[in-house]
Design a protein around this ligand. Structure first.
Ligand code: 3HC
Ligand code: NAI
Length: 696
């Protein structure tokens, strides 16, 4: 028998204990072990019931995702689950930790289910571009009805034991240890003369309007298809005999397994975990951070302070004046009220944070004891230098000094202190207590322990932390500046901001770039353009329409007008009628005759610019691996998760074709469209970006 399954006897009960750390994924050896365990139990004299139970952190975290995309190995999970369910013995699952995907499907194949109160169940396959493929779409609706089953599988969310019990997924919830509870429950069932209770033999649930449900879920998915296909599989559970329904589910599962969406989402799953795992930090110990300071309590400072407070850190926030301090406190109070409302904290925690953990100060001397400082003052090098000089004066030796600058040179900031090894960039995204991305900007002189502490802080705050090198805009904003320039150039040539937003929303972005600019505030881009022009880095055909909007006081949502007019609410997004005449003025000034753009051409040019700049960012070592770029765009810039990230997307569409596009655009503007040397090299060597991820 496989060493992943331990077989033991407790009186009339055979116990199959799963031992596949860290999360008992259902790899081939586990499946074989369970199969053999069932055979052995059935042949074992006196055995009347089988208890399946997990060791360690989980019952089962589901199918082994590392096996996906490879030839399937026997025994297949659906066959194993059918075999468990068909056993003449009474089969019981005792669940703790998570029972996800195939893990919950194994439990649904058992005749009875018991769980500890902390157990969680779910069918998260849609997050991998799939649907439950081992009977989940056929068995779950028989227990919960169609509506609840579709909610579980199309959202993929984890459900607590109490809720799962209320839905009929779990029979009994009992405090204690999964092994002891499981044995006692199984014994009770035997004593009561309980009989086998296969879910497959239960009546199918009532039908719903399948086409309407399919269309509604498809529309919600912004192009992602697997949630909608759950509807068709569940439809089969109602309309077909169980075995036929299983076949339908299996066919859809295999079809989804072949899709680019599955590839993109599984890339995202593993990259999300690999991104904070830097080979250079192996064995480097982070320093302890319990008490931080935030300098500046505007949009970002208040959000960063909120994130830190919600993670249990003490925060001293320094503002320029008592009045500005009050305003900062008001912003933080607003954020915390939201956290309280959403149940992230309770009333007691809320009061403790505001009463004790947060201190608003105006004097640097109050910061002598903090472990780490995050500066979030105006984006102005002179102001930042003054702040760092003060921090250098008062902070204790070993304190880490970080800047939240969006674009400025972290090395130049570090050089103004006597301790450049303790300086780094911690670039949060707005709103900082909500957005998951944190760029950790490592300067020339940043010490490894300081970088490691940045990553440890990111983990504490629940962020996805990405290592970035120093350059104008680091990873994300540098790439954004390039694809935004490509969009501006298309506008000069005839596209409208609204066509561009629509094309990219069709591609799967949560919002197009002009809607995003309105949300972030048009003043940010305005300041960057002015700086770039002053430094001689303006595009060859510079646009002025965005400046005109700002000069007229329109900064986007916060002023009620930008590319869109928000008079009817932020969601209404009515195009601002003043914008197209501003664009036409630009075209007239440059003597451009506008032409039509299809959505396809818009997307191709925009994505080509994004991929080309991403390849430069990796080639120059600003990002260490392609996956670092992918995770930056996914978690900070609304890139559709089901496409994996720009470089995974590039691998999927083919690097050779992309390079051909870029080369053809270079005929118009050789400087802007200069192909990334790394892209040329990968094409010449017939390799992919993902090959570079695998080097570790
Ligand atoms: N297969 C293979 N490896 C898995 C895995 C799985 N199903 N689930 C987790 N792992 C690995 C992770 O990659 C990670 O590896 P690493 O240490 O080398 O980076 C390790 O296990 C620990 O995982 P986390 O770091 O994510 O640990 P957490 O405690 O934060 O989270 C978890 C645990 C909630 C189980 C989370 O890992 C998770 O959500 N896993 C995926 C669950 C899932 O999607 N299951 C469905 C699979 S598809 C399926 O079952 C198809 C079926 O219907 C036929
Ligand atoms: P903001 O203008 O909302 O806030 C800046 C705050 O700093 C103000 O409250 C101001 O009173 C305070 N301040 C200015 N000088 C100070 C000083 N010398 N000492 C103490 N406090 C001082 O600006 P925002 O948007 O919060 O940006 C702050 C920094 O974060 C900038 O470097 C910006 O580039 C960066 N950033 C901004 C993002 C955004 O979306 N707004 C995203 C990521 C980074």
């Amino acid at each position: 028998m496989s060493d992943k399954i331990a077989y033991s006897r407790q009186g009339d009960i055979a116990v199959l204990t799963v031992q596949n750390p860290p999360v008992n994924a259902l790899g081939q050896a586990v499946r074989q072990g369970l199969w053999d365990g069932m055979d052995r139990a059935e042949a074992d004299d006196g055995v009347r019931a089988v208890l399946i139970v997990g060791d360690g952190r989980a019952f089962f975290a589901g199918a082994d995702i590392t096996e996906f995309g490879k030839p399937p190995l026997e025994p297949h999970l659906p066959d194993l689950i059918n075999r468990i369910e068909a056993s003449p013995l009474l089969v019981v699952a005792s669940m703790h930790g998570v029972s996800l995907g195939g893990g919950l499907e194994v439990a649904l194949g058992c005749h009875y289910r018991i769980a500890v109160p902390s157990a969680k169940v779910g069918l998260p396959e849609v997050h991998l571009g799939l649907l439950p493929g081992a009977g989940g779409t056929q068995r779950l609706p028989r227990l919960t009805g169609v509506e609840a089953a579709l909610d579980v599988m199309t959202t993929g969310r984890h459900i607590g034991a109490a809720k799962a019990h209320a839905l009929g997924i779990i029979d009994v919830v009992e405090d204690g240890n999964q092994m002891e509870n499981g044995l006692a429950y199984t014994q009770r069932l035997l004593d009561q003369g309980a009989v086998r209770r296969p879910v497959s033999e239960m009546d199918p649930p009532a039908a719903i309007d399948w086409d309407a449900a399919f269309e509604a879920i498809l529309a919600k998915g912004r192009g992602q298809i697997s949630p909608a296909w759950c509807v068709r599989a569940v439809q089969a559970s109602v309309e077909k005999p169980f075995d036929e329904g299983l076949k339908t589910e299996r066919q859809i599962f295999y079809d989804l397994m072949q899709t680019d969406q599955r590839k993109g989402m599984i890339h995202a799953f593993f990259s999300e975990r690999a991104v904070s795992n830097l080979p250079e930090l192996k064995g480097v110990e982070p320093s302890e951070v319990q008490h931080i300071a935030v300098i500046g309590g505007g949009t970002m400072g208040a959000g960063i302070a909120t994130a830190a407070l919600l993670s249990g850190l003490r925060v001293h926030l320094l503002e320029m004046s008592a009045q500005a301090g009050q305003a900062a406190r008001g912003r933080i109070e607003g954020n915390l009220a939201g956290a309280l409302k959403r149940g992230k904290i309770n009333a007691e925690q809320h009061d403790a944070i505001l009463g004790q953990a947060l201190q608003i100060v105006t004097s640097y001397d109050a910061l002598a004891d903090v472990d780490l400082v995050i500066e979030a003052v105006f984006e102005d090098m002179e102001v930042k230098k003054q702040v760092f000089a003060e921090l250098d004066r008062v902070c204790k030796p070993g304190a880490i000094l970080a800047s939240n600058t969006s674009y400025l040179d972290v090395d130049a900031i570090a050089a103004t202190t006597s301790r450049p090894t303790d300086v780094l960039g911690l670039h949060f995204f707005s709103p900082a207590h909500v957005m998951k991305l944190l760029e950790i900007v490592v300067g020339d002189k940043t010490a490894p322990e300081v970088t490691a502490t940045g990553f440890a802080l990111g983990k504490m705050l629940g962020k996805i932390s990405v290592r970035a090198g120093v350059c104008d805009g680091f990873i994300g904003n540098r790439i954004l500046a390039t694809y935004r320039t490509a969009a501006d150039q298309m506008i000069l040539d005839g596209a409208s901001p609204y066509e561009i937003d629509a094309a990219l929303e069709d591609f799967g972005f949560a919002m197009g770039p002009f809607a995003v600019a309105d949300l972030a505030g048009l003043d940010i881009g305005w300041a960057v353009r002015k700086r770039k022009r002053a430094e001689g880095h303006a595009p060859k055909r510079d646009t002025t329409y965005a400046d005109t909007l700002c000069e007229q006081g329109h900064f986007g949502q916060k002023t009620g007008k930008g590319y869109y007019d928000y008079a009817a609410g932020n969601k209404a997004r009515v195009p601002n009628p003043d914008v197209l005449p501003m664009i036409e003025a630009d075209r007239a000034r440059l003597g451009i005759t506008p032409r039509d753009f299809t959505h396809e051409e818009i997307t191709r040019r925009y994505m080509a610019a994004m991929v080309n700049e991403s390849a430069k960012v990796v080639g120059e070592g600003i990002a260490r691996r392609p996956l670092d770029v992918d995770m930056t765009l996914l978690f900070g810039y609304g890139f559709p998760r089901y496409r994996g990230g720009p470089l995974k997307w590039a691998d999927i569409v083919g690097l050779e074709d992309l390079l051909k596009d870029i080369t053809s655009y270079a005929a118009e503007d050789p400087e802007f469209w200069a192909p990334a040397p790394l892209l040329e090299q990968l094409v010449a060597e017939n390799k992919t970006f993902d090959d570079l991820n695998k080097k570790g």
